[in-house]
Design a protein around this ligand. Structure first.
Ligand SMILES: [Zn+2]
Length: 444
């Protein structure tokens, strides 16, 4: 049987997953979660759909997956939002709660399964403090006026994941040079807030830096070594590089066996992001498009390729998905230990670095053959629902009221067609189209 392979960002090569698990078919998966200070956008949707397909594929192949995805429920943006809304910095948990609820609803609409664990920073403070203390004790971190920094110089492998060398990083980092840091690349593990009322630590009041939470949470829920660590490509540097430095510098065991990253969603070749202001919220998209059609749209693209988002392409994907759901509506789902060779062929594409467009290509190439055989179609439905996570619930038909004005235009058009006045007929069709009615002709 073919192994599941994923591209490892560290080696830049495909690596078989079957080999990385050394504990009874258990696979541990950690994916960096959101900072809930706003509703999630399309980029988040793509990332978590990607890892949901991986989660589902591995479970389908009888692996037991322990999946951990965090919430960064305290950070500068949440504190700022709390100040703006409530006039106090301390209501960050309330802000986070609101956006976590929206995130969970969006994930449900996209049919992304719940991870095994969804820890929050505010519930992991004790473990974070213990982790920072261990780094200080090992000489990998230092304290300055209540702040704690990780010392890059104490971890010579820094840069290995993002394939950068320290000399390249230095000039840019100089801009952010703080007098407190020994090396401009050193990053905060603990931020002192002497006058703030956040958390008590051995170094005084304060709050955690961003990167330390993932090291602490991964260790708490998945152990010292994670089989697969995932996230968006934008997290490779500095976030994952820093996570790796923190965890690896105090243990011999590998921190991560395989790093998997999905590519960006782009608009006009630019990365979609909050900071650039060129983003679409999932909530807004779901007002006009079915969430399952959005999921299908993501899966039409390979997760390692940038996705050039366009409403036009999404519209086309929705049409294809609508047809797909209709085709499978009357098909009974079938599980079989002895699958058809076509199913094996489709699965081979998924096992090969989650090649969802390749798998869909096999489906479309053989769709006549598939729908001519109820057992084969039933097995394909199982793959679509269980691994791709598409619900295949037929989308409701748009109900449009035919007003007297529309009726008149339709009748005039029929008359023009009967009279073979194609020019007039086309004009009337365009007029109807501009009013939101797509006219489909049958032979007359
Ligand atoms: Zn993380």
């Amino acid at each position: 049987m073919k192994h599941v392979c994923l591209t490892n960002s560290m080696s830049k090569e495909k690596q078989p997953i079957g080999i990385i698990t050394d504990h009874d078919n258990v696979i541990t998966l950690y994916v960096c979660g959101i900072t809930p200070y706003d509703a999630p956008h399309i980029g988040h949707g793509r990332c978590y759909t990607t890892f949901d397909v991986l989660y589902r594929l591995l479970e389908f192949l009888k692996y037991r997956v322990i999946y951990c995805r965090n919430f960064t429920d305290i950070d500068d943006k949440l504190i700022q939002k709390s100040k703006n809304e409530f006039g106090t910095p301390y209501k960050f948990e309330e802000i986070a709660k609101r956006y976590i609820a929206i995130f969970e609803r969006d994930m449900e609409l996209l049919n992304c399964k719940e991870p095994t664990y969804e820890p929050r920073v505010t519930q992991t403070i004790a473990e974070i403090i213990a982790f920072v203390q261990a780094l200080i004790d090992a000489g990998k971190a230092y304290i300055v006026d209540g702040d704690v920094y990780f010392s890059i110089d104490a971890y010579p492998e820094y840069g290995a994941l993002s394939h950068r060398n320290l000399e390249d990083l230095q000039p840019g980092a100089r801009i952010a040079l703080s007098e407190k840091k020994r090396n401009p690349l050193d990053f905060a593990l603990w931020k002192s807030e002497p006058n703030g009322d956040y958390y008590v630590s051995p170094w005084g009041n304060g709050r955690p830096g961003w990167h330390i939470e993932c090291s602490a949470m991964a260790k708490k829920f998945l152990g010292k070594t994670i089989d697969i660590h995932g996230g968006g490509m934008d997290l490779i540097f500095p976030h994952h590089e820093n996570e790796l430095a923190q965890s690896q510098s105090i243990q011999k065991e590998p921190f991560v066996k395989l790093w998997a990253h999905n590519a960006f969603v782009q608009i006009n070749k630019e990365k979609m992001s909050k900071s650039l202001g060129n983003f679409f919220l999932l909530d807004d998209i779901f007002k006009h498009y079915d969430p399952q059609a959005v999921r299908f749209y993501f899966l039409q693209h390979h997760y390692r390729n940038p996705l050039d988002f366009s409403l036009h392409d999404l519209e086309v994907a929705q049409k294809s998905y609508t047809k797909l759901a209709k085709q499978f509506a009357a098909i009974e789902k079938i599980y079989s230990d002895i699958p058809y060779s076509l199913i094996t062929h489709m699965l081979d594409f998924l096992k090969d670095d989650l090649n969802t467009p390749g798998m869909l290509g096999v489906f479309y190439k053989h769709s006549d053959e598939i729908f001519a055989d109820a057992i084969l179609a039933g097995q394909v439905k199982t793959v679509f629902q269980d691994i791709l996570g598409l619900t295949l619930i037929p989308l409701p038909e748009k109900i449009q009221e035919i007003t007297p004005e529309i009726k008149e235009l339709l009748e005039a058009r029929i008359a023009a067609r009967v009279a073979k006045n194609w020019k007039k007929s086309d004009e009337l069709r365009d007029q109807l189209k501009s009013l939101g009615y797509d006219v489909q002709d049958k032979k007359i």
